[in-house]
Design a protein around this ligand. Sequence first.
Ligand code: UFG
Length: 339
Amino acid sequence: MKTILVPGGAGYIGSHTVLDLIKKGFNPIIVDDFSNSSKKVITILEELSGEKINFYEMDIKNKEGLRKIFRENKIDAVINFAGFKAVGESVEKPLMYYENNLFGMITLLEVMKEFNVKNIVFSSSATVYGVSEKVPFVETDPMGEVTNPYGRTKVIIEHILMDLAKSDNTWNIIALRYFNPLGAHESGRIGEDPNGIPNNLSPYITQVAVGKLDYVRVFGDDYETKDGTGVRDYIHVLDLALGHIKAIKKFEDSKAVRIYNLGTGEGYSVLDMIKNFEEVTGKKIKYVVTPRRSGDIAECYADSTKAKEELGWEAKYGIREMCEDSWRWQLNNPNGYED
Ligand code: UFG
């Protein structure tokens, strides 16, 4: 396992994983159409790693283009980060989400099969557990009732992967169910760069702290949680990146389909997060409590014992480091990659 194709490698989690792959001696090849990422990431990755980054500017739904990449490179495995990920946008544009996320994955799998490259890591999400109230979530829990098209694409792709493995036992498949990523590389040069007003809590808070937004809207303070606000399992993007390296190494074991939660197992409330960011930024972060956001659950956190036992993976970063690193990125790049 040496040469790893990384669709979506210029995105938030993808770029951090590419950097870690290089550090661990792998040869990543990025495929990205930069529809939701910046081309500047490539140059920054080259500067941070001191290596030339191999990349193709292409949509993975371009089957002929993908074939060309597989012909030109001896690819051992694929980590697929390419996919749209904004929950709200997926509700407004369901066809765009189904088309992009599902066709992208199916095209990729078809070409991998043609070239007999059958090792794939897929970016899944804790969202597949749906609106269940039973925490912590364990991989053996059933996939639940998912409330939006984005989440459904994750559920459908997990089913596609399981069906594929059933039909042909030479596939080696790992789905990683991420909990709530935040943080950034310690250089502060790559990080999360959401389009427009952020959906997610952490970039929203840092944009308030930097003065781009006025206040945080706390979506509900009447949940059955310690302070009434929603509780989530926040995980440092560098811990997530490491999970992918461990997954690639697992491919050397027997062929199988495997699913792992990647979370810390710790839950933090919205108010906890605001407090942590206030301490890290030294700024007062204004917030206003608003009604609940539809589709949200009270608590979501992981049991990641399986990843620890089978992959030897465990989250190392604490909440303070996550907030510090998110803040460094935001402060250095108030407009993301735009400057
Ligand atoms: N929240 C606010 N105000 C905001 C944004 C969020 O109060 O402006 C609250 C939410 O109600 C929730 C918590 O902060 O309690 C976290 O919300 P996020 O939108 O940051 O994250 P979610 O847990 O809703 O969803 C995230 C990703 C999904 C992924 C899911 C997996 O956005 O892609 O985690 O658990 F599927």
